[in-house]
Design a protein around this ligand. Structure first.
Ligand SMILES: N[C@@H](CCC(=O)N[C@@H](CS)C(=O)NCC(=O)O)C(=O)O
Length: 215
């Protein structure tokens, strides 16, 4: 490991400069809106604000699966959020997702519109609303939840960390690349071993855990 990457962290970190790297223009240490703009609303019961990243794809897979089963209540308007341009920080978007990440969904078929953020929460909301893709058997349902939370808790953060240091950071640093690569590979091995003995993550039934994990 070379010395050029040595950094002595200050006792109290302050935001003095952009961190560098591909997403420096949208990275800030504070939450909230950066500009005023309302979101578009279409005619369907569900409004989805997203983009086709792995986290975004989870929800479109679920909606398309529901539509394929004939659930017309799952008709949705899909609005593209350009996260490279910071559209996730508009006042309208932050009202639906205070965490400013895609995807977010609004269900306008409820008495007052319901906002749903976090891809796992959206999958669970849709599974319960339509009674699909979540096993009815309690043991299998728990297994689906185990894998859904496993995916949510590990993959995006680890995959994101891996991708950041491997591809987007302003310089290539051995330590974080090795650290993230090792853990991403271990997580994939967890998955591989489980799927060696099970057709789907929850056992024999295709569920929202698979939809979360596949992308
Ligand atoms: N835990 C969140 C993660 C969502 C997430 O990380 N979204 C990324 C794209 S995959 C995003 O919106 N990035 C924009 C940003 O960080 O400003 C979820 O599952 O919904």
């Amino acid at each position: 490991m070379s010395d050029e990457n040595l950094y002595t962290p200050p006792a109290i970190w302050t935001w003095d400069q952009e961190s560098g790297g591909k997403f420096a223009n949208i990275n800030r240490p504070i939450a909230g809106a950066t500009h005023d703009a309302e979101l578009s609303v279409g005619k369907h019961p569900l409004q989805l604000y997203s983009v086709a990243t792995p986290n975004g794809v989870k929800v479109t897979v679920m909606l398309e699966e529901l539509l394929a089963l004939g659930h017309t209540g799952a008709e949705y308007d899909a609005w593209l959020i350009n996260i490279f341009e910071g559209e996730q920080f508009s006042s309208g978007y932050v009202k639906l997702n205070p965490n400013s990440k895609i995807p977010v969904m609004e269900d306008r078929s409820t008495a007052t519109p319901t906002r749903i953020f976090e891809s796992g929460s959206i999958l669970l909301y849709l599974a319960e609303k339509f009674g699909e893709f979540l096993p009815k058997d309690p043991a299998a349902k728990t297994e689906a939840m185990n894998w859904l939370f496993w995916q949510m808790g590990s993959a995006p953060f680890l995959g994101g960390g891996f991708g950041h240091f491997y591809a987007y950071a302003p310089s290539k640093m051995e330590y974080p690349i090795d650290r993230f690569t090792m853990e991403v590979k271990r997580q994939l091995d967890v998955l591989d071993r489980h799927l060696a003995d099970n057709e789907y993550l929850a056992g024999s039934e295709y569920s929202i855990a698979d939809m979360a994990t596949w992308p």
